[in-house]
Ligand binder design. Structure first.
Ligand code: GDP
Length: 327
């Protein structure tokens, strides 16, 4: 990929877990851009005394090529002997953590005890696993998503994994966000970006927590970059997970139009699926540029093709050419 007017454009991806990691992999495969990723830390939770950061770990395992491709998270060729022992000792083991995965959580928790920040630890893990793309955290403070159900407030993993997204969600709160400080790396990456892409991640549970950190939304609004979102819904349905359910619970329309409306104050462009062509006119009436594409990413080629298409779109929109984008 080579750009005529912008030499090595800075691309920043806002990403959650599985949907975010797919887009991250596609973009990371493209030469001639400088990619950074701003991830979500609000799904973090302590298990067996260890600090587990599922979305950041999904990005880490995906970009290092260690990911279990069948499920899109965790490591390939994992064992469960550590978890089996924990179960035998009477612990709750509804959160699957594989043996090698445990190694990473032990390392992170140990480094936290030694006084390193979450950002430093994330970077050193990424470096050790051969990831060249900076993985940036929105904050080094603890921010955790809590969901209100009829039985009270529960942490994200209790809702997502233990209760399999079954309870009706009455409210959502990002605990600790009000007092959190953005990392300087996050603010710098936003201010230096030429193009900011919001991955097709869950808008309410993966992207909103990033935006809830004081200073992040303002930095995005002030940024000179074009901001482009990719819809996580195709034909009104998520590819995976509870995005439609949670959007409806929050009073939003679960559709490509609903996604555009949710992000409209932040973004310039949105890419939606060909299946959602009927939403295009309504989205354009909001003052957004709306493009249609095949936005389901099943294979590595799908991810790279879509990443090329997003960059080509942006290049065309900004009046410079991107000759290899059609590859
Ligand atoms: P989580 O934190 O692991 O749930 O991951 P994310 O929030 O990053 O991703 C979940 C979202 O990704 C869901 O709403 C899915 O609909 C969306 N998603 C997953 N795969 C794809 C895909 O191939 N294409 C698109 N457009 N969205 C996807």
């Amino acid at each position: 990929m080579s750009y005529v007017s912008v030499e090595k454009p800075n691309i920043l991806l806002l990403a959650g877990g599985v949907g975010g990691a797919k887009m991250a992999e596609g973009l990371a495969a493209i030469e001639g851009i400088t990619l950074s990723i701003l991830g979500n830390i609000a799904d973090d939770q302590i298990f067996h005394g260890l600090w587990v950061s599922p979305d950041i770990d999904t990005l880490t395992y995906s970009l290092s090529g260690l990911v279990n491709r069948d499920q899109g998270w965790g490591l390939a060729n994992e064992g469960s002997r550590a978890l089996d022992m924990l179960k035998q000792l009477g612990n709750d083991t509804w959160m699957f953590l594989g043996d090698r995965d445990f190694g990473l959580h032990i390392h992170r928790s140990n480094r936290l005890k030694q006084g390193y920040s979450r950002s430093q630890i994330t970077s050193e893990i990424a470096h050790a696993l051969g990831i060249g793309t900076p993985l940036i955290l929105p904050t080094d403070d603890v921010v955790q998503t809590r969901l209100k159900t009829k039985d009270g407030w529960i942490l994200f993993q209790d809702y997502f994994v233990r209760q399999k997204c079954a309870p009706e969600v009455l409210d959502i709160h990002f605990e600790g966000a009000d007092q959190a400080h953005p990392t300087s790396k996050a603010l710098k990456a936003i201010s230096e970006a030429d193009l900011i892409i919001i991955a097709p991640s869950n808008p309410i549970l993966s992207i909103a927590p990033i935006l809830s950190i004081p200073g992040i939304r303002d930095a995005l609004t002030a940024s000179k970059a074009t901001i482009l979102a990719l819809s996580p819904l195709i034909g009104g349905k998520p590819v995976k997970g509870p995005a439609d359910k949670v959007m409806k619970a929050m009073g939003l329309e679960a559709s490509a139009t609903g996604i555009a409306r949710y992000y409209r104050d932040l973004i310039d462009q949105i890419v939606i699926d060909h299946q959602d062509q009927a939403s295009k006119a309504e989205i354009e009436a909001m003052g957004l540029v709306c493009s249609l594409d095949d936005i389901l990413m099943c294979t590595r080629q799908d991810k790279i093709r879509l990443a090329h298409a997003l960059l080509a779109n942006h290049a065309a929109f900004n009046g410079f050419s991107c000759p290899e984008a059609a590859q």
